[in-house]
Design a protein around this ligand. Structure first.
Ligand code: ADP
Length: 399
């Protein structure tokens, strides 16, 4: 049998590590897994290969132990990493600040910069760093590439990335709009052009990445020109537990009327708002079930989500000056036909026409607008692992 060749894609959080061995050319996934409860008791290792799932209970003391467990799972269940030409390890890194506009070969200097950016992503960059360091020591001869969630949005013009706040905040504290989900927006906008059979360079596209976290991006000729998340992933669309856009005066108001501290406020906006705050459930499937049963809170949650989406789609069409394609992706975007219909039907006055059948009963990558529609509406399942593998392989080839 010919040797497999692939990129090991690693997404390390503070207490979990996801991995996938991917062919960067075809996107084929040879095996994937998840290690949970790193540094806590009752750790769990999941490894999936050839449709078979293996689950092991193992204490996993730290990220180095997690990488050892991952390697052992590959050895036990396949494919043995010793038999694989590992082109690179591609790491998802959440925040690259203004320092990284492209995927980057990991060096000591790169790690120091990612560390310096921790104040911008205190919940994510530390885990990402631990994952990189652990993989470096396990695979010292394999190039490590960092792929940043923020990188795709570094092309935003200053008009879109700048907050109208005091100069000192902007210059000393790096306060600006960065945007996230960049790997997904890059992949989905490129696939959309391929699906339409048109050059990416000539397309104006709005991508709606609607998962637990959600963001909209305006993509002009393959470049992000505006995106709905900002300094943090709280801004923009209504999400599972985050509110998206708010009046900045809310913090002061709640401090005065309810004595809320910065920590209370932050927790409520990160974990208790969005669909959860409106309907009691953070999960869109449950919101839809309750809505179907006539629950008014679930109906309001759905209506607020749709209203905010329209706000961004219309705004970005104006920012782009034209609109060729509107693309839905991630858990809700790929699966929730009712939500897609609610958004697209409200755009009928702009010549956007839903193909009801393709929307409701089709599956996978497809066009869900009629041939007569002035804007092509598409569903493109996201594949961040393939995009990371592809970008990592490109960096390694270019060395
Ligand atoms: P994450 O941001 O954690 O990767 P996902 O992209 O997996 O999240 O999206 C999770 C969201 O997708 C949840 O709100 C879930 O309810 C929603 N979802 C998944 N399947 C469906 C479906 N069939 N209908 C509506 N929502 C769905």
């Amino acid at each position: 049998m010919p040797r497999l060749s692939g990129v090991l894609v690693v997404n390390a959080g503070s207490s979990s590590l996801k991995y996938q061995l991917v062919d960067p050319t075809t996107g084929a996934c040879f095996a994937k897994g998840l290690i949970e409860r790193i540094g806590l008791d009752a750790g769990v290792v999941h490894h999936e290969v050839d449709g078979q799932r293996h689950v092991l209970e193992r204490d996993v003391a730290d990220h180095a132990a997690a990488v050892t467990q991952m390697t052992e799972a590959f050895t036990a269940y396949g494919p043995d990493l010793g038999d694989v030409d590992l082109l690179a390890v591609g790491h998802r890194v959440v925040h690259g600040g203004q320092d990284f506009a492209d995927p980057t070969l990991v060096t000591d200097e790169v790690l120091a910069t990612v560390e310096r950016l921790i104040p911008l992503a205190p919940l994510h960059n530390p885990g990402n760093l631990q994952g990189i360091r652990a993989t470096q020591s396990q695979f010292p001869d394999v190039p490590q590439v960092a792929v940043f969630d923020t990188a795709f949005h570094q092309t935003m013009p200053a008009a879109a990335s700048t907050y109208a706040v005091p100069r000192a905040w902007r210059e000393e504290h790096r306060v600006r709009r960065y945007g996230f989900h960049g790997t997904s927006h890059a992949y989905v906008s490129r696939r959309a052009a391929e699906l339409l059979g048109r050059p990416l360079e000539e397309l104006a596209t709005v991508v709606l990445h609607l998962g637990n976290g959600a963001s909209a991006t305006a993509v002009d000729g393959g470049r992000s020109v505006d995106t709905s998340m900002g300094l943090t992933p709280l801004e923009g669309l209504v999400m599972g537990t985050r509110p998206g856009d708010l009046d900045p005066g809310l913090a002061r108001h709640l401090h005065h009327v309810a004595g809320l501290t910065v920590e209370d406020y932050d927790r409520a906006l990160s974990k208790e708002s969005g669909l959860l705050g409106l309907s009691g459930s953070a999960d869109m499937r449950q919101v839809q079930q309750r809505r179907a049963a006539g629950d008014p809170d679930a109906q309001l949650a759905f209506d607020v989500v749709v209203h905010r989406l329209l706000h961004y789609v219309g705004g970005y069409a104006a920012v782009l000056g034209r609109l060729d394609a509107l693309v839905f992706t991630a858990g809700i975007g790929e699966n929730d036909a009712q939500l897609r219909a609610a958004v697209v039907e409200r755009l009928a006055g702009f010549g956007v026409e839903l193909d009801v059948e393709a929307n409701g009963s089709g599956r996978g990558e497809r066009r869900i607008s009629t041939d007569a529609s002035r804007v092509a509406v598409l569903v493109v399942p996201t594949n961040e692992e393939w995009e990371i593998a592809r970008q990592a392989a490109e960096v390694v080839h270019a060395r």
